[in-house]
Design a protein around this ligand. Sequence first.
Ligand code: PRX
Length: 650
Amino acid sequence: MAENIGSIEALLQEDRTFPPSEEFKKQANIKDPSVYEEARKDPEAFWERFAGELDWFKKWDTVLEWNPPFAKWFVGGQLNVSYNCIDRHLKSARKNKAAIIWEGEPGDWAVYTYRDLYREVCKFANGLKSLGVKKGDRVTIYLPMVPELPIAMLACARIGAVHSVIFGGFSADSIRDRIEDSQSKLMITADGGYRRGSVVPLKQNADESITGDTPVEQVVVVRRTGTADAQMVDGRDIWWHELVSDQPLNCDPEPMDSEDMLYMLYTSGTTGKPKGIVHTTGGYLTGTYATTKWIFDLKEDDVYWCTADIGWVTGHSYIVYGPLANGATTVMYEGSPDYPGRDRFWSIVEKYACTILYTAPTAIRTFMRWGEDLPESHDMSSLRLLGSVGEPINPEAWVWYWKNIGGGRCPVVDTWWQTETGSILIAPLPGITTLKPGSATQAFPGIDAEILDEAGNSVGPGGGGYLVIKKPWPSMLRNIYGDPERFQEQYWSKYENTYFTGDGAKLDEDSYFWLLGRVDDVINVAAHRVSTMEVESALVDNPKVAEAACIGRSDEIKGQAIVAFVTVKENINTSDALITELKQHVATKIGPICRPDDIHFAAELPKTRSGKIMRRLLRDVAEGRALGDTTTLADPAVVESLKEQYGDED
Ligand code: PRX
């Protein structure tokens, strides 16, 4: 990880600070810094208070049972997530408040009050039951950003089924692997979704993913684009609107044990096989509820917009569960930020008078490139708080966001977390924390984050190393679906009883955290996690490829870009056409987000004498740096020739 830290030194030169304004502080939910100390003294009592703000059918007996690496929170308690996100708000004036404001890319829209959401979720939950879905069954959801997506998730939660949402950008093969792993008998999809003015053929991908031997017996199809009417398969496929048309408007929520599974969500790891991250009920909801409330300083009249796709964890926790558990109004947008114009986001902020905006640095850097005129042409005075997530934010982008989107009056909360952590673990509390552009600042109260060196010593202020979490927290992953060994190995084997995040970080003299990126073979492309091993497997799946090695190189907009070094089989000619073919091959195998940005052909890949590919050297080559230590390299000439070749191509 040394090279990661090196490249970030410049970032640590950043010395601008932004204390909360008096005006913001005055109205902030949390302004007393003693919350940190209180939570440190008794984290279990701290979390228990938030759990107590949720509605439980039966109160828990024990806050935490910790048998490392397995944690159980609020043991003995019973609750239902859909009840907490909907029903309990119907007892107050929130009943008629907008729960979801949805806008489709073509410009269509829908608003669901909490009462509307209740009806839609109950109808679909009854529909699922009528198809034979029971508590504990896994349901795969492969939908675009349409209201049926959160409705389907909440309906699963209502009847105790476990949802596995797959991002609409994944290909048929990726869906197939995830279905196989989760053994879902039911899939929910749509005929298509809109993206940049075109239709993404979801039904076609879904159909391809369940040919031959598959556990999927039934497919529910949302009619969104009207493009798949001819593809409905008799006896297997059923339209969503037909399924719900005669269903009763009420469906009793299933009482779930606090530790019953709520959902699984696949994420890339250091092998070619994605991991099904397991989240459970009581702790997950407590974590997302608490962090949404405090970090976004949520108020009753906020209009909160998180621009993520629900196919990723950010959408699960901060479009659906966190905001709805708080009774907030959450905005959902289906499409691309540049359709029909590059001011689409700002027109949405203006139209719905959004007060909170939560987006990713890659988007912010794109907006920077598109220029200030676009946000300036819209009234965004409703905004009062901004958030950032998914990758390190460079100080320039932070300050641009603060000034040009937030008008210099909105705190920017840079939030660090992972699919595995379930909710935000490192972020400012906007009424308390002095912000530093580029730093996610401090651990949320109740979270024991530390930076350790290789030997497991805490590095202290000024030091750099591996970010770890030392105590269990309510929304932590409970397991990798069906693979407890990998769970143990991946997260709990580096240090004893300590969660290993896979991220490098530095601590500054004020004990602020500066995240430096992954220290493993996972890369962050446009705030999406990509496994280099997965891309490599997709490349060698092409019959012309002998060997492949992928690395992430820094990219001004996307944070990191995917670079593949490929050796071809004998008698195969390397050409631009082959580069195009291989890029497309990866996009088809996994999904367009994994399409390599650059492909370089090499006669050989640099390997250690034991045959391990030296990715560090490839990163040096790709980023044009002086080569580091090459003493363990089997054949140093390999790298030199690569470097020459790479230079020529540039
Ligand atoms: O490397 C960190 C980066 O994203 C990884 C988690 O990716 P994923 O599970 O897809 O979840 C993304 C949304 C939570 C982390 O290991 N990351 C996430 N947020 C930040 C970040 N890196 C720096 N700063 C952040 N705020």
